[in-house]
Design a binder for this molecule. Structure first.
Ligand code: CDP
Ligand code: CDP
Length: 220
């Protein structure tokens, strides 16, 4: 729906997109779309069905048929709470594999657009501004250096009580970002019409404040 205001936030892994997008949505009373979750859910559904992540036609069928319910922080896949199980590094890897398949992206497109409902939407991912919501009035490329992002992911995992190895996280994160940048379809990149939000030296509150300030400029 082209008349609904959308704030599109794209950027690399662990830059803080999800955290910032959720808080901005909360402040504005907007809906929130975590597009990466749809790719993670597709990867998990494939794994559960014994479908290989490179099998484009089978994965596409699963993506099109995803039985998913978003209930606040909770995500249900075919009725099962998968909120935690889609957040593993393995599913991040699987998500980036299935996300490189054009038919899978097409199968998830309308589902993402359906999140745009009044009074507005904050959406985060890799191609929110380029593909899913190209007419979004505010597009942001949110990033931080690879070292800062790896540190953020590391602390996030430790905070969840998971074992974490900073060197392995750094290597995984750089490999996934490289795959996301290099792919032919909907690659990760900063659009010419996106504002750059470099957060290496910003905390969450400062990043949120910048997005809200830009939004007030646009909306006002
Ligand atoms: O969605 P994305 O993978 O880009 O990142 P995230 O899951 O929102 O953020 C990764 C971690 O970085 C979270 O634990 C955030 O709390 C933290 N973070 C931070 O420390 N400083 C920021 N400016 C943004 C996020
Ligand atoms: O939390 P993090 O930023 O590491 O990942 P995510 O946003 O959950 O996305 C997982 C993977 O899904 C990414 O590495 C991308 O390959 C893919 N993805 C995508 O292709 N397009 C999107 N709009 C969102 C995610």
């Amino acid at each position: 729906n082209n008349t609904i205001p959308v704030i599109a936030i794209d950027g690399p892994s662990a830059s803080g997109k999800g955290t910032v997008a959720q808080r901005v949505a909360q402040q504005l009373g907007f809906h929130y779309l975590d597009s990466g979750a749809l790719y993670r859910l597709t990867a998990l559904a494939a794994q559960k069905q014994g479908v290989d992540w490179s099998d484009e036609s089978s994965v596409t069928r699963l993506a099109a048929a995803l039985d998913v319910v978003f209930e606040g922080e909770t995500i249900l896949l075919a009725g099962e709470d998968v909120s935690q199980s889609i957040r593993t590094e393995e599913m991040g890897y699987g998500a980036s594999k299935v996300a490189a398949l054009p038919a899978v992206r097409d199968a998830l497109l309308q589902r993402q657009r359906d999140f745009a409902r009044a009074p507005g939407l904050v959406a985060d991912g890799r191609d929110m501004g380029a593909v899913v919501f190209p007419s979004a009035p505010l597009k942001i490329f949110l990033t931080a250096t690879a070292a800062v992002r790896a540190e953020r992911r590391y602390k996030q995992l430790l905070g969840r009580g998971e074992a974490a190895d900073l060197a392995a996280i750094t290597a995984d994160l750089e490999a996934r970002d490289e795959r996301d940048r290099a792919r032919a379809v909907a690659p990760l990149m900063q659009l010419p019409d996106a504002l750059l939000l470099e957060t290496s030296n910003l905390n969450i509150e400062q990043a949120v404040a910048q997005v809200l300030a830009w939004w007030r400029e646009r909306a006002g």
